[in-house]
Write a protein that binds this ligand. Structure first.
Ligand code: G3H
Ligand code: 13P
Ligand code: ZN
Length: 326
């Protein structure tokens, strides 16, 4: 089947208490690892491309890689989504260039400006069958050029969501409830430590999620910054020449809980980066004589596939749901 927008996926995900995985793609091995996992698990999927990914790999290459995945996996629905669209022009260029969904991220703007920008993108997108994600509230962390320091983030205000959704016409809304981008989601001071000395992060603000859902019944909510930063990969990085002290993510149990509520899209990038980097570091450490990129990219791709399979089955709950999302 051809690329689809996110409408049907979100309807099914909301109704049946699961979330669609939105995984960031930057090169062929990442596209292959994700889509091979989704094909084997018969899961719908969102492949998302950031401004940085477009600058790195080039729009045309990324679209063609995703089209190749669509051809190789005809039995699963795939959305090609712009992640954190920074302005109207970038959204327009992606819509004109084959994307089926875009995010316009006006979360750093004053409320009225966020509404005006988001509405403009929605009007352009909807005329072309493309779905749009907006955002209210800001996450800490780094995404492309925007860096938000811990402490400077702001939770979504539930009292703003009805007006934002009604006036913009967005199809889904990203909210800030305590997740953040990258591999260092919580400062050690915010956490407690368990018996093994592992950091235990504070809980997400489910009270805000519930208040938002009450205001917008049936409306799909999106969670960014939802990597769990698997400690086995942090260890693999650190034991093989890397330095990622106190890297910590969102516990998977909290994401499962969110997926069963109104959260229909869960964004995961850092976990795939960690799986890839940990695997390659270990390979180089153990086999310093090797220099054929295929030899280290192959296990890296295999581990991306494994981590995605785990997310689909055990976290998002969307394994086996491809058919109902078509
Ligand atoms: O939210 C950010 C995503 O992880 C994409 O990261 O902007 O470095 O491509 P990037
Ligand atoms: P992570 O950094 O937690 O993987 O978040 C990715 C994301 O939100 C992409 O938009
Ligand atoms: Zn994000």
């Amino acid at each position: 089947m051809a690329l689809v927008n996110s409408k049907k996926m979100f309807e099914q995900a909301y109704k049946n208490g699961y979330a669609i995985g939105a995984f960031n793609v930057n090169n062929m091995e990442i596209v292959q690892g994700i889509t091979e996992a989704c094909k084997e698990e018969n899961a719908p999927v969102i492949l998302q491309v950031s401004k940085g990914a477009r600058a790195y790999a080039n729009h045309t290459y990324l679209v063609k890689l995703v089209e190749a995945a669509v051809k190789e996996c005809p039995e699963i629905p795939i959305v090609l989504h712009l992640d954190h669209g920074p302005d109207f022009e970038t959204c327009k260029s992606c819509i004109d260039g084959g994307f089926t969904s875009v995010m316009i991220d006006g979360s750093h703007l004053p409320f009225e400006e966020n509404i005006a920008l988001t509405k403009k993108v929605v009007e352009y997108a909807h005329e072309r069958g493309v779905t749009v994600e907006g955002e209210l509230g800001t996450l800490a962390g780094i995404e492309d050029d925007v860096k938000v320091a811990h402490g400077a983030e702001s939770y979504t205000k539930p009292e703003e969501v009805i007006e934002f959704v009604t006036r913009t016409g967005v199809d889904s809304l990203a909210i800030a409830i305590g997740t953040s981008h990258g591999a260092y989601k919580f400062k050690p001071e915010q956490c407690t430590r368990n018996e093994e000395g592992i950091l235990v992060p504070p809980a997400l603000r489910f009270d805000i999620l519930e208040a938002v859902s009450k205001k917008l019944p049936g409306f799909p909510i999106v969670l960014h910054g939802s990597s769990s930063v698997p400690q086995e990969y942090v260890k693999m990085v650190n034991e093989n020449g890397g330095k990622m002290p106190d890297a910590i993510g969102v516990p998977e149990s909290q994401l499962r809980k969110a997926a069963a509520l109104s959260v229909c899209k869960i964004n995961i990038d850092s976990d795939l980066r960690l799986a890839m980097t940990g695997t390659i570091r270990k390979f180089f450490n153990e086999k310093p004589d090797k220099f054929d990129p295929r030899e280290y990219l192959k296990p890296a791709r295999a581990n991306i596939k494994e981590i995605v399979r785990h997310k689909l089955r055990d976290v998002l709950g969307c394994a086996g749901k491809a058919d109902e999302c078509k």
